[in-house]
Design a protein around this ligand. Structure first.
Ligand code: FE2
Length: 132
């Protein structure tokens, strides 16, 4: 489970609010593994997360574009890689349900990745945006 810590604060209210929502949806997915919920319920929870990832990244990219952020292309590339990882996870779920591989990939490629991304890449953008 992810707990938002001080070093995950970006300092841009819209982004921080969305990160909270994103973390809530991520936590809902990681909690699924521990409970015995139906395939259908897990799928729904995963899809809610997937939709929000795309929405949030899109909104963040708009702020970057509007503020002329020099690392926009690179940052957007990171988002696209992440969406690709999520799609792989989604396929793994369709193939094998909540398998050991699914849980491993969820923790490494999805949960740990986003925490690292927020702490480094997003915080860096937040600094730029606030100084503008
Ligand atoms: Fe980002």
């Amino acid at each position: 489970m992810i707990v938002i810590t001080k070093d995950m604060e970006v300092g841009v209210p819209k982004i921080d609010t969305q990160h909270k929502e994103l973390v809530d949806r991520l936590n809902a997915v990681t909690a699924m593994g521990a409970k015995s919920v139906s395939q259908e319920e897990t799928r729904k929870t995963l899809d809610l997360l997937g939709e929000y990832i795309v929405k949030h990244f899109g909104d963040e990219e708009v702020l970057q574009k509007q503020s002329g952020y020099p690392k926009y292309d690179w940052h957007r590339g990171q988002h696209q890689l992440y969406i690709g990882e999520f799609q792989k996870l989604r396929k793994e779920f369709e193939a094998n349900g909540v398998s050991a591989k699914f849980t491993l990939d969820l923790n490494n490629s999805i949960v740990n990745w986003i925490v690292r991304h927020i702490k480094t890449v997003d915080v860096e953008f937040g600094r730029y945006y606030r100084d503008k």
